[in-house]
Design a protein around this ligand. Structure first.
Ligand SMILES: Nc1ncnc2c1ncn2[C@@H]1O[C@H](COP(=O)(O)OP(=O)(O)OP(=O)(O)O)[C@@H](O)[C@H]1O
Length: 237
């Protein structure tokens, strides 16, 4: 997603994204012309009540789902013109995904979980050890990396999932309610890691959240209301 190489051009732009699930009288319009621009090194929160379309938009930005109308532009590539194979490749190499439920493999250590993510991203074995150790050190888990997820706290598990999402050095992280399962102290630890990532690595992060305290800690807040992006607050770039 290095796009045109111009740091001022957005990393990703959702343009007029509409998503309708189902047909006829049972059809549900989850998004109605949602437009959003994601710049390099921005930490963005998407808020909105349950059912407002946050997860649908995140899935479409991750190219896991396609818009019914509109498109997503990745750097200089138009998502609507990419094949499934190109989209899969882009997701594996350029995007890191983080889920509310951490989604770690329970019988692999933190290190093995991160290594597994690198294998999926197609990183050759000789490079994986250094990248996995760097990512785990970045999230503050250098001393805990050989523990299994059930031996780690919720915050440590989510930081392992973040290490897995960043180890291949993606340009963009998409996180669906990454702090929802955590108490406020652990949620703050995760947000501190996110802040460090945007500041020192220039990664862009889009996260969904319901938590007003989290909204204070991000650069931009967008509100989804009935499938449209209704309001926003931005700090100076
Ligand atoms: N695969 C699907 N098939 C049918 N309807 C769907 C599907 N996925 C989502 N929807 C509907 O689209 C709307 C938006 O759902 P979405 O999950 O994006 O909301 P959300 O804002 O993420 O909600 P929450 O905060 O509860 O996670 C909802 O009405 C939902 O029921």
């Amino acid at each position: 997603m290095n796009g045109t190489g111009n740091p001022r051009s957005p990393l990703l732009e959702a343009r007029g994204v509409t998503r309708v699930f189902g047909r006829g009288s049972g059809a549900v319009t989850a998004l109605k012309g949602a437009t959003l621009s994601v710049g390099q090194g921005r930490l963005i929160a998407l808020k909105g009540r349950s059912g407002s379309g946050k997860t649908t938009l995140l899935n479409i930005m991750a190219a896991l789902d396609s818009p019914t109308e509109g498109t997503v532009i990745y750097g200089d590539r138009d998502g609507s013109k990419m094949t499934d194979r190109q989209k899969n490749e882009m997701r594996r190499r350029e995007i890191g995904l983080i889920f509310q439920s951490f989604a770690l493999v329970p019988y692999m250590t933190a290190y093995e979980n991160v290594d597994f993510g690198l294998r999926i991203a197609g990183i050759p074995a000789p490079e994986r050890k250094k990248l996995a150790e760097e990512a785990l050190a970045f999230v503050g888990l250098a001393g805990r990396m050989h523990h299994m997820p059930p031996e780690l706290s919720g915050g440590e598990q989510q930081r392992t999932a973040i290490a897995r999402a960043i180890a291949h050095k993606p340009a963009l992280i998409l996180a669906d309610e990454p702090t929802a399962e955590l108490d406020s102290r652990m949620g703050k630890q995760v947000m501190q890691v996110f802040r460090d990532l945007v500041r020192s690595e220039g990664i862009a992060i889009v996260m969904t959240t319901h938590d007003p305290h989290i909204m204070e800690l991000v650069d931009d807040v967008y509100a989804l209301e009935d499938g449209r992006i209704g309001s926003e607050r931005s700090k100076e770039a």
